[in-house]
Write a new protein. Structure first.
Length: 400
């Protein structure tokens, strides 16, 4: 089997002869840039990498690293036409999109700017990612006001620095699909719950869902309409050169659901269902949903509305025990992640701890197929590079 065939077999719930490994196939299953440079230094490789997701500092994993660890995935992420050199918070080199604009304040805070100079995200002087600020729809009070922001909503989620054309993106997809035997994952960059939180403000949109549902519903309707129109332009151009489509929406927290199950099913699920049905009408590629936190409550709903695989499978969150998840849902959904706990083991454990963790999670998730190995979310700067190597080597050893 090729790497691509192994992933597709896992998605069909057929057990491949070796568990496929994802490292950097999605913007939630790779490495942050500082962690990547630390890994490259440990491996004796030249420092540097291209930051494809500037708010998370997530890099594109390069071919030499993929070959070293038997990685089975390729990320197709909206990209720029041109790149420029930059320096990371730890002083190491990288490249960022030419149109990524930030300014560093006297206290070391770094702020991201849109084309009009408005601050859209902020990173503290000691931070390694940007948090959204200044929600543009915070002052909206009625459904009728949303019409004024239709253009802004239509462009939401597509990175402002990703200025390549659809033809450029399609050519990249074709090249990745034809020149590698890996699974091409189209990182589609669409959110619903998170979109409302960024556009309206985190607390405001949660209050909208409960207290002013007509406004929340109208905003979600506008978003899905815009995403569906974008889908009609994008997916036919990409065609059969993508193998998996990634969509995003965090539905859980560390301790439990982000919303009550009833509120999720009334306010969010119908919009997800409409969006996912439209996606599936235009591509045969399986649908991968990224949702952090405690999402066990929503898994039956996600299966019902067409989600084929779940990432990152946050095994340290409440109710997310790997063995239990596999027993209850393993026949109907693929677990794309959960291979190593990044909150307590990968960053703080010994090499031996990491190997035991990987062995345990593969033992829980892999039997019968329906499992793609990757750690829980992106590898952060505090993770020792020897632990990254131990994790990936253990995945090959115990997943064989």
């Amino acid at each position: 089997m090729t790497d691509r065939e192994r992933v597709l077999a896992a998605l069909r719930h057929t057990e491949p002869h070796r568990v496929p490994i994802d490292l950097g196939g999605t913007e939630s299953s790779g490495l942050t840039a500082v962690a990547y440079n630390r890994l490259k230094s440990y491996l004796g490789l030249p420092l540097g990498g291209r930051v494809v997701d500037c708010t998370q500092f997530v890099v594109a994993v390069e071919e030499e690293v993929k070959r070293a660890f038997g990685v089975a995935t390729e990320m197709l992420f909206p990209g720029p036409r041109r790149w420029r050199p930059a320096i990371l918070p730890d002083g190491s080199p990288c490249e960022v999109p030419e149109l990524w604009r930030t300014v560093v304040r006297p206290d070391g805070t770094e702020e991201a700017l849109d084309d009009g100079g408005r601050v859209t995200a902020r990173r503290s002087s000691t931070g390694h990612h940007f948090d959204p600020v200044n929600p543009p729809l915070a002052g909206v009070e009625s459904v009728s006001e949303l019409a004024r922001y239709r253009e802004l909503i239509a462009g939401f989620d597509w990175p402002s620095y990703a200025d390549e054309s659809i033809e450029d993106l399609s050519a990249r997809a074709k090249r990745l699909h034809e020149e590698t035997q890996r699974t091409v994952v189209f990182n589609y960059m669409v959110h619903l719950l998170a979109a409302g939180q960024i556009l309206r403000g985190y607390e405001t949109f949660l209050m909208d869902l409960a207290a002013t549902p007509a406004l929340a519903d109208a905003l979600l309707t506008e978003l899905v309409t815009a995403y569906c129109a974008r889908t009609e332009r994008m997916l036919p151009a990409l065609g059969d050169n993508i193998d998996v489509v990634l969509v995003n929406d965090d539905l859980g927290t560390q301790a439990g659901p982000m919303l009550s199950p009833d509120l999720y099913r009334r306010m969010l699920k119908p919009h997800q269902q409409r969006l996912f049905a439209h996606l599936r009408s235009l591509t045969h590629a399986p649908l991968l949903l990224h949702s952090c936190g405690s999402v066990r409550y929503a898994i039956p709903d996600l299966i019902e509305i067409g989600v084929d695989a779940l990432n990152p499978v946050q095994v340290s969150a409440a109710g997310m025990d790997s063995a239990q998840l596999k027993r209850e849902f393993g026949r109907d959904i693929t677990f794309w992640g959960g291979g190593c706990d990044t909150q307590h083991v990968l960053n703080r454990g010994s090499v031996a701890d990491v190997r035991e963790e990987v062995k345990r999670r593969i033992g829980d998730f892999a039997p019968g197929g329906g499992f793609v190995f990757c750690q829980v979310h992106n590898i952060q700067p505090d993770v020792p590079p020897e632990n990254v190597v131990a994790m990936l080597e253990a995945a090959r050893e115990f997943g064989g």
